[in-house]
Write a protein that binds this ligand. Structure first.
Ligand code: ADP
Ligand code: MG
Length: 691
């Protein structure tokens, strides 16, 4: 067993209490953590230079004999040590600063392998500023020449030399390590075993050794993570829920569909089947519904709520903002009230007495479906019999909050909806514990939004377009620049712009204003006026980002668009193109850098959220992508979700196969794996539910 991995670092020869404390600063507490402290790069000293071929500025390794030693003191407190070295082809000076022990350590006659930067600027002398030096004792070592030297991430008080020595001692302990990845998997992907990979990474003999080891550790990292996620996912299949749904669509869903002015799309049907099956299963549902903006996720959630009520259960829908809660309330009321379903809206602007009545009605089961923001629903409500829980716009909602939600009450069936398409590799990690349903196609008859990128100089053309559209009876949004550092500045910019527009440029139009600092009641009023058409142009900060649905709006102007990420731009654009009329999205931006230009081009060229998500991931990297960082996922040491997406898929497959055959990892052949999993995620136990 790999007990040695968990032993404290002092167990390794050469590590005393003081050094152990220093190593803790770089998160090395155990032998295992030391062995998994991988080099950040490698210096290739396998090729040895001739002293007569050294070029100024190059980093080189030379093998030669010390013929002379000197100490020079150019000024107090500074000593330069120069060893004259002859390699049979030529002579040069190896130079150290303030390391006087060198003279004693390497007396004339010593054979040295020195590596450093060549400097020929000093009086025609060839100098080598040494950063690494090894004494060569055995002739065969000399013949083999140098080697590939690992360069480790360090902290103060720990030198490369020290860590290499300690690592060498730790590697002796590694001899005892057992493999924990099943043999069949190693063979299938041609990965080196654990012991070998550890040796390869710390003492490589060739570039190929390094590559092999890296492949192994990348796979290992992804495989353990996927195992943990699959394990956590299967955990939801352990507890039975204590509510039950009637079988089939039920009266409510049938009547809802009959009353709709349109038919569900094939994707909506397919997704509904998946959800229905989950609801009717004895285990709580844990499903993510992914679909581009406007793909019709709301209908699917309405069907789920309708089915819950049909079965005598209650439903809840949580949205990230009050505006969205209100909008969902309006939409769902239109669909569900005709079925005799009682719906309530909870916002912070509802008066206290009324609020208490609503809470009481929910508790007594007089209200079937409640809609509100996360905060409102999570903290204050007691349900009589909650069955279905819908969470809209997931990406504002981290893994941790999701966990809090699931632990509330009687294991409701949870459907999380996101309009932010997530590249598959990323969803395997961020949502690796959820089942996923995807709506790929938009309802028929939608005209893709025409997107243009213009510079500030063309702003008057943009206002002309707004005029033209409003004359046709349409409406427009203008989204103001985002000033990250200060919401106050954001708001001021929006206020100023709205005033300027209504006084100067759009004098004949009704201009409204919406921003995050307004009272909930005022926001609702303004949105109401926009919805009813009495406001033509809505100037706003990004509060309208998600979910706002006013089909009559056909123009989306985004000022300083280069300040937004692709995902956010796509979200904003999704506010238009929701009706039959041709819509426009105008990105006003003078991007200064290449990445900004690429984002604008991507937006103009694609209206597909999945394509844009991939592009966004490529341009910004996974760290910046929708707060992956806040999602509570462990950070990778070697793997990179973008580069290693194929390895991630393989790791997922293998993890699923293993958990399928041995859900609790109890079989003898999986015991080592179970142990390793525990070691790896010991600090993340809550997140990963290991054990
Ligand atoms: P999102 O997935 O972004 O939440 P919505 O649910 O708001 O999208 O749907 C966008 C619009 O499309 C709504 O006005 C909705 O009524 C309409 N819609 C939904 N499903 C269909 C369908 N099958 N056919 C036509 N229109 C639909
Ligand atoms: Mg929506």
């Amino acid at each position: 067993m790999n007990e040695v991995l968990n032993k404290p670092i002092q167990y390794v020869k050469g590590v005393g209490p003081k050094r152990a404390n220093t190593l803790k600063k770089i998160n090395i507490f155990t032998v295992g953590e030391l062995l998994y402290h991988f080099p950040r790069e490698f210096e290739d000293r396998t090729s040895i230079c001739s002293a007569n071929a050294l070029e100024h500025g190059q980093t080189a390794t030379v093998l030669g004999k010390v013929v002379h030693a000197r100490e020079i003191k150019p000024r107090p407190k500074m000593t330069i040590i120069k060893l004259t070295i002859d390699d049979g082809h030529g002579v040069f000076s190896a130079v150290w600063f303030n390391q006087r022990y060198i003279v004693k350590q390497y007396p004339p006659g010593t054979t040295l392998l020195v590596t450093g930067k060549v400097d020929k600027s000093y009086r025609g002398e060839t100098q080598l500023h040494v950063n690494d030096c090894e004494m060569v004792r055995k002739p065969d070592q000399a013949k083999r020449g140098g080697r590939i030297v690992p360069i480790y991430p360090l902290t103060e008080g720990i030198s490369q030399k020290y860590i290499r020595v300690v690592m060498e001692n730790a590697l002796k302990e590694a001899e005892l390590l057992d493999e924990f990845i099943p043999e069949a998997i190693l063979t299938k992907y041609r990965l080196p075993g654990l012991k070998q990979a550890i040796k390869f990474i710390h003492q490589p003999q060739s570039d190929d050794d390094i590559k092999q080891a890296q492949r192994r550790f990348i796979f290992e990292e992804l495989f353990l993570l996927q195992l943990a996620l699959v394990k956590r996912k299967s955990r939801t299949k352990i507890y039975l829920k204590n509510h039950k749904y009637n079988c089939g669509d039920g009266e409510n869903v049938k009547r809802l569909l009959a009353l709709l002015p349109f038919k569900p799309t094939t994707d909506q049907e397919k997704v509904w089947q998946e959800i229905r099956q989950d609801l009717e299963s004895p285990y709580p549902m844990n499903r993510l519904l992914e679909g581009d903006v406007g793909s019709g996720k709301t209908l699917v959630s309405a069907m789920m709520l309708a089915k819950a009520v049909d079965s005598g259960l209650q439903g809840a829908l949580m949205a990230p903002t009050e505006i969205l809660s209100e909008q969902h309330y309006l939409g769902l009321t239109k669909w569900l009230e005709p079925l005799g379903i009682n719906i309530a809206l909870l916002t912070s602007s509802i008066k206290k007495s009324q609020r208490e009545k609503i809470l009481q009605d929910i508790q007594q089961g007089k209200i079937d479906v409640v809609i509100g923001t996360h905060a409102l629903i999570q903290d204050t409500i007691n349900f009589k019999q909650l069955g279905a829980m819908v969470v809209d716009e997931q990406h504002r909602f981290g893994v941790k909050q999701r966990l809090a939600l699931q632990s509330k009450g009687n294991q409701p069936d949870v459907l999380v909806m996101t309009a932010t398409p997530i590249p598959r590799t990323l969803s395997l990690t961020v949502y690796g514990d959820l089942d996923i349903s995807i709506i790929y196609t938009l309802p028929p008859g939608r005209k893709p939004v025409r997107t243009y990128h213009v510079t500030e100089r063309a702003i008057n053309d943009v206002y002309r377009l707004i005029h033209k559209e409003v004359k046709k009876g349409r409406q427009a949004y203008i989204v103001c620049p985002l000033v990250e550092e200060s919401e106050t500045l954001d708001v001021q910019a929006a206020v100023d712009l709205a005033e300027q527009l209504s006084k100067k440029v759009l004098t004949d139009l009704q201009v409204g204003l919406l921003h995050g600092r307004m009272k909930a009641e005022d926001k609702e009023n303004v949105m109401g006026s926009f919805r009813s058409g009495s406001i033509d142009v809505m100037v706003s900060t990004t509060v309208i980002e998600v979910g706002v649905d006013v089909p009559n709006a056909t123009v989306m102007v985004i000022l300083d668009a280069n300040r937004f990420g692709l995902a956010q731009l796509h979200q904003l654009r999704g506010r238009v193109g929701r009706g039959e009329n041709q819509s426009f999205c105008i990105l006003v931006a003078d991007p200064k850098n290449e990445e900004g230009k690429q984002r604008m081009t991507a937006m103009v060229n694609s209206t597909d959220g999945f394509t844009l998500a991939e592009e966004d991931l490529r341009l910004r990297g996974p760290g910046e992508f929708f707060g992956v960082r806040q999602s509570g996922l462990p950070e990778f040491k070697m793997a990179n979700i973008i580069r290693d997406r194929r390895a991630m898929e393989c790791a997922r497959q293998e993890a699923e196969a293993i958990m399928e055959g041995d859900p609790k990892l109890q079989l003898p052949e999986n015991r080592a794996l179970a142990k390793q999993l525990k070691t790896k995620f010991k600090e993340n136990e809550n997140f990963l539910y290991i054990g």
